[in-house]
Design a binder for this molecule. Structure first.
Ligand SMILES: [Fe+2]
Length: 262
């Protein structure tokens, strides 16, 4: 969490978090493989313009775009969420998992409709499954775990096709998924859900509680939690209130780099 002593009410201008993450066993050709990470869209109160998002992605040129949930809070917001995903997935391979709000705010049939619409616009929804991404035979495994907070995570199922010998990047909505990851190979876990607090007041910090690890102080950024390298993204939209204070909408750019062998 960045310390702020003033108040920034930015809810519409993207901030880019950039990291290089050393990965064991990364194939030479994937040295510099770039992931763009977006999360917590909350389409109703998403104030980042589609054009700014696309412009930033064009500038950073990721190889894939990943998303970790909370597309919308109401059935009626699905078209807006899909309109964003559609332009992104037209330009980049895009993979997504769902968040608690994608499951809890409407009946299961509406969640199925959301998944269908995401697939129709070429966004691959990883619902407790994995996919190999990379170039030719040189691949890393991208594992998508469905939302852990609403009991949709099936970690055994998600890891069925993984290998201890292949770098493994895990997508999940909430960092609480870590409770279920013991014993699995995880080179990087990418999550959201906290919104970085969404409203973070000087000296006080975030005013809301999000999940177990946010209560432990892990609100955003790169950390090693329970031995797992974890990046928590502040997200781009708002829920509960249409404001962000000291929690700018965030696009994360993550380069996987080969960890030198000794
Ligand atoms: Fe959210």
């Amino acid at each position: 969490m960045n310390k702020h002593f003033g108040l920034s009410f930015n809810r519409s201008t993207l901030r880019v978090d950039y990291y290089k993450i050393p990965i064991d066993d990364l194939p030479n050709r994937l040295n510099g493989f770039r992931l763009a990470h977006l999360t917590d869209w909350h389409a109703r109160w998403l104030f980042v313009r589609k054009e700014s998002l696309i412009e930033a992605l064009r500038r950073w040129k990721p190889h894939v775009v990943v998303s970790t949930g909370d597309f919308c809070d109401r059935r009626g917001d699905i078209p807006k969420a899909i309109s964003y995903v559609e332009v992104i997935a037209a330009g980049w391979p895009m993979y997504a998992v769902l968040g608690n709000n994608d499951h809890d705010n409407f009946p299961a049939m509406t969640t199925r409709y959301l998944i269908r619409r995401l697939k129709e616009v070429k966004c691959r929804v990883l619902s407790n499954e994995s996919v190999a991404v990379g170039f030719g035979q040189d691949r890393v495994r991208l594992v998508g775990i469905d939302d852990p907070l609403t009991n949709h995570a099936d970690i055994d199922q998600a890891f069925l096709r993984t290998s201890k010998h292949v770098p493994t990047i895990v997508l999940a909505h909430s960092t609480e998924v870590i409770f279920g990851l013991h014993g699995e190979r995880v080179d990087l876990l990418m999550t959201g859900h906290t919104h970085g607090g969404q409203i973070s007041l000087p000296l006080i910090g975030p005013i809301r509680s999000a999940d177990y690890y946010s209560r432990c102080g892990y609100w955003d950024g790169l950390h090693t939690i329970e031995g797992i390298r974890t990046y928590i993204n502040r997200g781009i939209g708002c829920n509960a209130l249409p404001i962000r204070i000291n929690c700018p909408p965030t696009l994360a750019i993550i380069d996987l780099i080969k960890r030198p062998t000794e």
